[in-house]
Write a protein that binds this ligand. Structure first.
Ligand code: NOJ
Length: 527
C-alpha cells in the first residue's frame, strides 16, 4: 500500500469555507467576483475563525459548467485575475493562518482544451489517446458509458464524463475487453501520459503556495472499474508521486464514499447528496431530521456515518458540509435563522472537517426557479452573489444590476454580513462562537471521540457526547417544533456548564441528567 497513514495534523482543527469565486466579491466592477476580492475578504474569514478555504475552479475555461470545463490548467481565468493574484492570495491567506485549496478537475476537460482539439483530429498525434474514443463515429459500441457521436473530424465517438462538453480524460479501463482494443489498460502509454500531466498540474500549483486540492469526481477516472479498485490504485500512485515533493499536500475527494476514497490516499471525503446514504435524510429531504415539522429520524444517517467512520478511523476524515454549489442551501423550504442555528450547532460539534458554504453563515437563501447560468440549472439558486451590506448590489459589486453574475436575493430584508456582525444574537455570531469553541476544545475537533446517546426511535432530539482526554461535552439538539425531554442515564457529572445554548434547561438528578428542551433548541454543555 502506498497510502499515507496519517493526514496533516492541522486538519484536526480545520474549519473550511467554500468560496464560489464568481459570486463572492467583485473588485473590478465587472459584475463577477475575483481573486483580489477573495484577498480583500480574508480579514472577514479570519474574524469568522475559519482556517481553510476551498475555491471552486478558477482556471481558464469557456464556463459552460461554471469552470468545471477547464481549457488551461496552468492559468487563472482572466475574469478572476492573474496567476500572480492567486500566488498573492496564498501568501496573504497564510499570514492569517488560512490554508488555500483549489479545485482540481481531474476527470475531464472542456471541449475547447487544446488537448481535446488535437485529439479530435483525423491524423494521429500526441493527444490522440489523451481522451477515450470508440473506433467509429457511425457504428456504435454497446458499453454503459455516455458516448458523444459525430462531434469530431476523427471517425470516432468520445466518452463524456458529465455534460457532453466534458470529454473524459483517458486513465484507462480496469479490465479492457479483449475484443475492444480502444479500451486501453491503465498502464498503456496514453493513460500513463494523462496521469503524468495531472501530477504536473498538481505540483505546479503546490509549488506556488497552494496547500491542496478538492478533486472533482475523483471516483470517475478509470472506466468500468467495479468496486473502484483500479481507481483507488491510481490515486494511491498519484498521491505518492505528489507527496514525494509536497508531503503536506491535502487531498480532498469528491467521492461520497470515505471508505473507498481514504483507502485511495485522500485525507478526507464528503458524506453528502451522492454516494453513501445519510446526508439527504439528515439535511436535505422534505422529511429529513433537521426540519421542524418532519418525523425524520437521525438513525439512518448515524448508521451510515458510523460505518464509514469505522472504516476510516485513524486514516482519514469525513466532512458533512453545510451545503455546496450543487445542492440547495440549508436556508430553503421555509427554514428560519433559528432552525439554522440548530443545524450549525450540529455541524460544528460533529467529528471530521466542517465545511461552510459561502453565505450559509448568514442564512442566505436558496432561490428556487432561477434561469440556469453556466450549466447551473437547478443548482443556480445556490450560487447567487454574497450579501455583504445594504449598499448597491448588497456590497458585492459596483456593476450595473443587470451585469451581475446572477441576480441577488430580491428580498428587502435579505441577511447581510454587516447587519449580522453587529447583532450578538445573529446566526453569524452564533457560528463565530461555535467556531471559537471548537478551536479551543480538542474534544470538539475532528478526532475527539463521538458517543451517540438516545438514538433509537427518536424523532425529535438528538444527543451525543464528544470527548478527548478528560474534556467532555454533551450536545443536545431539538430541531422539531415541539418540546422534548431528554433523560440521560448514568452520565456522571456534578456540573453542566452551558457553553452555547438556547431553550434547553438541565438538571442533574443522581447519576442521571434531565434536559427539558423547547421546540427548535440546542445546547452544548461542558461536563
Ligand atoms: C461535480 C461538481 O461539483 C459539479 O459542479 C460539476 O458540474 C461536476 N462535478 C462536473 O465537473
Amino acid at each position: 500500500m502506498n497510502t499515507r497513514t496519517k493526514y496533516p495534523p492541522w486538519l484536526n482543527q480545520a474549519i473550511f469555507y467554500q468560496v464560489y469565486p464568481q459570486s463572492f466579491y467583485d473588485t473590478n466592477g465587472d459584475g463577477i467576483g475575483d481573486i483580489p476580492g477573495i484577498i480583500q475578504k480574508l480579514d472577514y474569514l479570519q474574524w469568522l475563525g475559519v482556517n481553510a478555504v476551498w475555491i471552486n475552479p478558477c482556471f481558464v475555461s469557456p464556463f459552460q459548467d461554471a469552470g468545471y470545463d477547464v481549457s488551461d490548467y496552468y492559468r487563472i481565468a482572466p475574469r478572476y485575475g492573474t496567476n500572480q493574484d492567486l500566488y498573492r492570495l496564498c501568501r496573504e491567506a497564510h499570514k492569517r493562518g488560512i490554508k488555500v485549496c483549489l479545485d482540481l478537475v481531474a476527470g475531464h476537460t472542456s471541449i475547447d482544451h487544446p488537448w481535446f482539439r488535437a485529439s479530435c483530429r483525423h491524423k494521429r498525434n500526441k493527444y490522440s489517446d489523451r481522451y477515450i474514443w470508440t473506433p467509429s463515429a457511425v457504428w456504435g459500441t454497446n458499453i454503459p458509458l455516455p458516448m458523444i457521436r459525430g462531434y469530431a473530424e476523427r471517425d470516432a465517438n468520445y466518452i463524456a464524463n458529465f455534460f457532453y462538453f466534458q470529454p473524459a480524460l483517458n486513465y484507462g479501463f480496469a479490465r479492457p475487453a479483449a475484443d475492444h482494443p480502444w479500451q486501453q489498460p491503465v498502464d498503456a502509454p496514453g493513460p500513463l501520459e494523462t496521469r503524468k500531466e495531472l501530477v504536473k498540474i498538481m505540483t505546479y500549483w503546490l509549488s506556488h503556495g497552494v496547500d491542496g486540492f478538492r478533486v472533482d469526481m475523483a471516483f470517475s477516472l478509470v472506466k468500468l472499474d467495479p468496486g473502484y479498485k483500479a481507481t483507488i490504485r491510481l490515486w494511491q500512485d498519484i498521491g505518492q508521486e505528489v507527496r514525494k515533493h509536497y508531503p503536506d499536500a491535502v487531498l480532498i475527494a469528491e467521492w461520497g464514499n470515505p471508505g473507498e476514497s481514504i483507502a485511495a490516499g485522500f485525507d478526507f471525503d464528503f458524506m453528502f447528496h451522492v454516494g453513501v446514504p445519510g446526508y439527504a435524510d439528515l439535511l436535505l429531504n422534505e422529511n429529513c431530521f433537521f426540519r421542524r415539522h418532519s418525523d425524520g429520524n437521525v438513525e439512518g444517517f448515524l448508521e451510515s456515518y458510523l460505518k464509514q467512520s469505522a472504516k476510516t478511523k485513524g486514516k482519514g476524515l469525513i466532512s458533512i458540509p453545510s451545503a455546496n454549489h450543487d445542492i440547495k442551501r440549508p436556508c430553503s423550504d421555509r427554514r428560519t435563522a433559528s432552525d439554522l442555528k440548530v443545524i450549525f450547532t450540529f455541524l460544528l460539534t460533529w467529528p471530521g472537517v466542517p465545511f461552510i458554504y459561502y453565505g450559509d453563515e448568514i442564512g442566505m437563501r436558496y432561490i428556487p426557479g432561477m434561469p440556469s447560468k453556466e450549466g447551473g440549472y437547478v443548482r443556480t439558486g445556490a450560487r447567487t452573489p454574497m450579501q455583504w451590506d445594504d449598499e448597491q448590489n448588497a456590497g458585492f459589486s459596483t456593476a450595473d444590476k443587470d451585469r451581475l453574475y446572477l441576480p441577488l436575493d430580491p428580498r428587502r430584508n435579505r441577511p447581510t454580513v454587516k447587519k449580522q456582525a453587529k447583532n450578538p444574537g445573529s446566526l453569524l455570531n452564533h457560528i463565530r462562537k461555535l467556531i471559537a469553541l471548537r478551536k479551543s476544545s480538542p474534544a470538539l475537533q475532528a478526532v475527539g471521540a463521538l458517543i451517540p446517546l438516545q438514538v433509537k426511535n427518536n424523532y425529535h432530539h438528538f444527543a451525543y457526547l464528544r470527548q478527548s482526554g478528560s474534556e467532555r461535552f454533551l450536545i443536545v439538539l431539538n430541531p422539531s417544533s415541539g418540546p422534548s425531554q431528554v433523560r440521560l442515564k448514568g452520565i456522571k457529572s456534578d456540573n453542566l456548564l452551558p457553553k452555547v445554548s438556547h431553550g434547553s434547561k438541565t438538571c442533574v438528578e443522581g447519576d442521571d441528567i434531565q434536559i427539558d428542551m423547547d421546540g427548535v433548541s440546542y445546547g452544548i454543555f461542558k461536563l
